[in-house]
Structure formats: structure tokens, C-alpha cells
Design a protein around this ligand. Structure first.
Ligand SMILES: [Zn+2]
Length: 451
């Protein structure tokens, strides 16, 4: 309570007093009139499962183009990029055959996986916890078998993204690491910090020198069940069936909405999220939230009649999930178009309560941000971490931009990430809008002062 009074009685003084008042007005507007939550409902319900190359991804392009116009962007345009086009096909199936019958497993194919033969695939199973164990088992222990890679995310890491970074190598490289020794199928324990029945998909990458084997994720609950059965020696074989396939690359787009800078129109401040999503649900936390927050930045600046000194661009990046082609197209363009890209901010860590920002800068550039820190404290942001942006804005470093990302609370993100429960209803309206408040404040300050 004392802290609150302090903020009320002594608002930020000196050079930033006027900015403090403007940010307050923008925050009040976003928290009462913000469109981000409504836009998220429209995006999730009208264009769920926005996997690159799909009809719903194309629908999402058209929807967000309209939202950016509605938000008041001066110019809205599409930036072409070719994207990988992977299709899941029919619902996957998997079960363990035991002495007592079948134990069905909640599975989904990993993104980019090949399918099984049309009649499915049956083989004995071997459980491992690491790449080391795969190497020890070698051809003798793995040839002709299905590998069950049961590596739980590290619960002791308080930032769940650290636990994800640690575990994600098993999803990306696990199938080829198993195929190297002749394994015929791969089942990954879902990358989630919670125990539930949702298998989580996500990209896997085949090593082109190894045979491509079908790769699934199994829910954490069923991973625990399977572990107990395997440990008892009760599993005779595993059956896997999937019809997923990779199609030729397809044309798609980044969607860009811009407010032209009044004093330095050739200096560009970018804010964005990714428009594509995995196909098992609505892509609400990942990354519908970042999309609608970025559109909200445009709406909120326009609503206050702010004409930024530098050009502000909201970018809906395509294909973050299984290729990063949109981020690459945007940065390729940035390197070549003769404009100055001074900052790129990304929101792709869920629409949860904002806690801070990660900024890829040091020295005087970093100080520009930390000098502003008191302006963010009324809106719950206290952390300024030296880091970087996300997958879509990091390539902007090639164009000499400083990059950063919003850091929301991470505790619940991996309950939803790439899974069937990542739906509109999983996002809290106030948490989402508060993220947009902090993003708008940061974009406002960078567009006014530069870095
Ligand atoms: Zn994402």
C-alpha cells in the first residue's frame, strides 16, 4: 500500500513526467477499451490451427489485415514468403500391447514427422532418458525397435523456459539420434511442466543422412504409465499409426501495419508476434496473444492521437513454428531496403501477466532502457534482463537492430504450449491487456527517443 501511495504522490519526475502521464492515459484506454481480447476471440475461433500453408493460416492473414486497418494503421500490406507445408492427416493412434491386452496412449505426431505405413507400425520398445543411453545401447539394443525417450522437464528451474531449452533437443534431434542406430519409431515424453493427458506437438528436424522415422509425443500422464509398464517388463510391443506428410512449399505472407514516423520516417521500430500456430488447437497463448497485443500497440497510439517520431510497424510473422521463414523474409528485406531498423520487440511467451523485458543490448544502449524502468513499475514490470528477442525478431540483428521480448510469468506456459488446450479460454483478459500496456509504453518511448 505504501508503494502505491508513493506512486500516486510522486509520479516519475524530471524528463519523463510527461511520458508518465501519456503512458497512464494509454494504459487506462487499453485496460478499458482495448480490442486485443476481442481480436483474440475472433482469430482463435475463426482461424484456429493456423499451421503454415493451411487454409486457416490464409484466413488468419486476411483477418489480421482487417484488424490492422481497424486499429488505424496508415498502411497495411502483405510481405510474401514461401513456407513449409506439413499436414497431420488423420488422428494418430498408438497403444502398448501387454499380456492383458492393449493400453492406449494419448499421442500426436511431432511437426515435420513422416507418417507410418498405412497399416501402422509395430515393434518392441526400449525406454531411454538421454542421448548417452541411446549411444550406449547402440545398434544392438535399438535396431528394429521403437525408442521411448522419457526425459521430464527439470522442475527445479523456476523459469520454465530454461527447462524447455534444456529438454527441447530431444524433440528436435531425438528421432534422428534413434534412427542412427536402426530404430524404426520414436515416442517422446511431452515437453510440459504439468502432468495431464495432452500430447504436445512441436517441430522435429531430421538429419538428412539418417532414415526418417515416425516421431510422436505422448502425454506426460501416459509417459508415466508407459514407464511403469516397461519397467515391469509388461510391454510386448508398441503400435503407432499416422498419415502425416510434408507437401511442397506454399506461398504465404507476413502481415504488416504501419504508422509512418513524423520526424524520422526511415527509422523503423518493429513490434510483433507470430501468426501461424500448431494445428491441435487455437494457438491462443502461442501466439495469438502476441499478435493481438502487437495490433493493440497500433490502436492505442492512434487512440491517443500520437504521431510517433519514428515509424512504428506491427508485424504478424508467418511460420515461426516450423521454419521461421517469415522472420527471415522480414530481416532479408530489412537488410536490403535502405531503412534503419532500430528496434524489434517480440511477444511470443504467452499472454500471461507481464513481469519484464529481455533486451539484447549493453552499455549506453541498455541504459536507455533501464532509465525508463520506473515508468513501467505501475504496470507490473520490474525486470530488465540482458538477453535478446525471440525467433522472429532476432534475425533483425543482421540489420543492426536492438532486439527484445516481453517476459510474462512463465509458470503456466508449458501447460498449453503446442497442445490441444491452447484455446482462447486459456487466456485471461486482464493479463493479456497488461502485456499490451507495457509493450505499447516501450514502443512509444523507443519511437520518441530512439535508442
Ligand atoms: Zn510461439
Amino acid at each position: 500500500m505504501r508503494k502505491l501511495l508513493w506512486v500516486l504522490v510522486f509520479p516519475v519526475s524530471g524528463a519523463f513526467a510527461q511520458d508518465s502521464a501519456i503512458i497512464r492515459r494509454m494504459a487506462d484506454d487499453i485496460l478499458t477499451n482495448g480490442q486485443a481480447y476481442n481480436n483474440l476471440r475472433i482469430l482463435c475461433k475463426q482461424a484456429p490451427a493456423r499451421l503454415s500453408g493451411s487454409a486457416n493460416a490464409a484466413k488468419a492473414v486476411a483477418l489480421t489485415e482487417a484488424m490492422l486497418r481497424e486499429a488505424g494503421a496508415d498502411t497495411v500490406y502483405l510481405q510474401p514468403c514461401m513456407v513449409p507445408h506439413w499436414e497431420r492427416g488423420a488422428k494418430e493412434e498408438a497403444y502398448a500391447v501387454t499380456g492383458n491386452g492393449r493400453v492406449s496412449l494419448a499421442v500426436c505426431a511431432l511437426g515435420n514427422s513422416v507418417g507410418t505405413p498405412a497399416t501402422g507400425l509395430t515393434a518392441s520398445v526400449v525406454e531411454v532418458r538421454s542421448f548417452d543411453e541411446l549411444d550406449k545401447l547402440g545398434k544392438k539394443g535399438l535396431s528394429g525397435r521403437i525408442v521411448f525417450l522419457n526425459y521430464p522437464m527439470n522442475q527445479t528451474l523456476v523459469n520454465t523456459f530454461s527447462a524447455y531449452s534444456d529438454a527441447v533437443r530431444y524433440r528436435v534431434m531425438g528421432p534422428s539420434a534413434a534412427a542412427k542406430y536402426g530404430a524404426v519409431g520414436f515416442i517422446l515424453r511431452t515437453l510440459s511442466t504439468s502432468l495431464n493427458d495432452f500430447p504436445h506437438t512441436g517441430t522435429t528436424r531430421y538429419d538428412s543422412t539418417m532414415p526418417k522415422i515416425p516421431a510422436f509425443a505422448v502425454s506426460t500422464n501416459d509417459a508415466e504409465r508407459l514407464h511403469v509398464l516397461v519397467a515391469k517388463g509388461a510391454v510386448k510391443s508398441i503400435f503407432m499409426k499416422a498419415s502425416c506428410r510434408m507437401l511442397p512449399d506454399a506461398p504465404s505472407y507476413n502481415v504488416i501495419g504501419e504508422i509512418r514516423g513524423s520526424e524520422h520516417p526511415d527509422e523503423v521500430v518493429t513490434v510483433g508476434g507470430h501468426l501461424d500456430s500448431w494445428d491441435l488447437a487455437e494457438g491462443a497463448q502461442d501466439d495469438g496473444a502476441g499478435i493481438v497485443q502487437s495490433i493493440e500497440v497500433i490502436r492505442a497510439l492512434k487512440a491517443q492521437g500520437i504521431r510517433p517520431a519514428r515509424t512504428v510497424r506491427a508485424v504478424m510473422f508467418m511460420n515461426e513454428e516450423n521454419g521461421g521463414r517469415g522472420g527471415k523474409a522480414y530481416s532479408d528485406n530489412a537488410v536490403a531496403d535502405g531503412l534503419q531498423y532500430i528496434f524489434g520487440l517480440e511477444s511470443d511467451n504467452g499472454g500471461f501477466t507481464p513481469r519484464g523485458f529481455s533486451i539484447g543490448a549493453k552499455g549506453a544502449q541498455l541504459k536507455a532502457f533501464t532509465d525508463w524502468a520506473p515508468l513501467f513499475e505501475p504496470y507490473g514490470v520490474y525486470e530488465w534482463r540482458v538477453g535478446g528477442g525471440g525467433a522472429d525478431v532476432d534475425p533483425l540483428v543482421r540489420a543492426k537492430a536492438v532486439v527484445g521480448e516481453l517476459l510474462p510469468d512463465s509458470q503456466r506456459y508449458f501447460d498449453f504450449h503446442h497442445a490441444g488446450n491452447d484455446v482462447f479460454e486459456a487466456v485471461n483478459r486482464r493479463e493479456l491487456l497488461l502485456g499490451a500496456v507495457n509493450m505499447t509504453a516501450l514502443i512509444y518511448l523507443v519511437s520518441k527517443y530512439g535508442i
